[in-house]
Structure formats: C-alpha cells, structure tokens
Design a protein around this ligand. Sequence first.
Ligand SMILES: NC(=O)c1ccc[n+]([C@@H]2O[C@H](COP(=O)([O-])OP(=O)(O)OC[C@H]3O[C@@H](n4cnc5c(N)ncnc54)[C@H](OP(=O)(O)O)[C@@H]3O)[C@@H](O)[C@H]2O)c1
Length: 158
Amino acid sequence: MFSIIAAIGKNHELGRKNELIFHLKDDMKFFRDTTTGHKVVMGHKTWDSLPGKLKNRTNIVVSRHDVPEADQTITDLQSYIDKNKDADEEIFIIGGGTVYHQFLPYAKKLYLTEVDATEPQADTYFPDFDPNNYSRETIKAGTENELKYTINKYTRKD
Ligand SMILES: NC(=O)c1ccc[n+]([C@@H]2O[C@H](COP(=O)([O-])OP(=O)(O)OC[C@H]3O[C@@H](n4cnc5c(N)ncnc54)[C@H](OP(=O)(O)O)[C@@H]3O)[C@@H](O)[C@H]2O)c1
C-alpha cells in the first residue's frame, strides 16, 4: 500500500526552484521517524534536490532512465503501482509534485504537515484532494520559527 508524506502550504505549495519551501525541524523529525526502515519513492527532481541517499531507507527513484546511484529505478510507473498498491507493505511516496499527482488516487494514507503560510513564488504544488473522502487524525500541532503547522494523517474511507 502507498502512503504519501508531504509538507504543504495553505495553497498546497510544495517547492520552489527544486528546493523545499518550509524548513521545520519538527517536520523533518516526523518525516525521518515515519519513513525510516521503509521504501521511499521519489521523482528524479526530488532525488536531485537531496544531498545524498536518505539513510536507513530503500531509495527508489522514478525516472525514464536508470539512476545508478539509487537503490532502484522505476521506469514503468503504472506497472509498479499495479504490483504494489494492494500489498501489506507500507511504501512512502515522498514527492515531488508530479509523483504525488500520479500516486494520489492509489494512496491509502496522506501524512500532511500543513503549514499556515503561503509562498507566492512556489513553482510546485500538491494536488487537490477532497478531505471528505478521508478521515483525519491530528498527530501534532505547533509553532516553529513563527510558522504554525499541523501534522495530519488522512486515511481514505473506501
Ligand atoms: N514539500 C514537500 O514535502 C516536498 C517533498 C518532495 C519534493 N518537494 C519539492 O518538489 C519539487 C520537485 O517536484 P517536481 O514535481 O518538480 O519533480 P519530481 O516529481 O520530484 O520529479 C519529476 C521527474 O520524475 C520523473 N517522472 C515523473 N513521473 C514519471 C513517470 N510516470 N515515468 C517516468 N519518470 C517519471 C521524471 O524524471 P526524468 O526526467 O529523469 O525522466 C520527471 O522529470 C522540488 O522543489 C522539491 O523540493 C517538496
């Protein structure tokens, strides 16, 4: 099964110039704690934005071409989705925008750090979703560097 994990602004802002917009220690810790020991799937641009492999996780990159430094490359995304969407194993989809968009219809859970801020210069956005199709559980809420955030877990109802 697929779980999406992302940090988004009020207008679903995700990134700018291939970098993250929001830098919250609590969000980074939540991301690390939640994904450690699991498979993480990311788009090639997100992979390029990282300083290196995410430690203690299987790094899987979506690209039309083989990415030798990754643990695995997915070139046929639909086959990967069809093979894994009903598996017991929780596979984390960690971005960016194009990859969230393609996995959203299949993701059973969305772990969203919702930041109470906007970024007009954003160039990458999380896709729209209908919260009525999910049950929502708040995991944590707080303020860091004057930024208010809430970490919500959305579980698909069907
Ligand atoms: N806020 C957050 O939680 C968060 C999380 C992650 C990323 N981000 C941000 O998101 C931005 C990057 O997102 P992005 O949407 O521009 O790029 P992306 O989704 O990370 O990567 C796009 C690339 O993935 C590959 N790809 C996507 N779909 C594919 C498919 N069906 N088949 C084969 N390859 C496919 C292609 O790589 P090739 O060109 O190699 O074929 C494509 O160019 C950055 O600003 C990053 O910082 C934010």
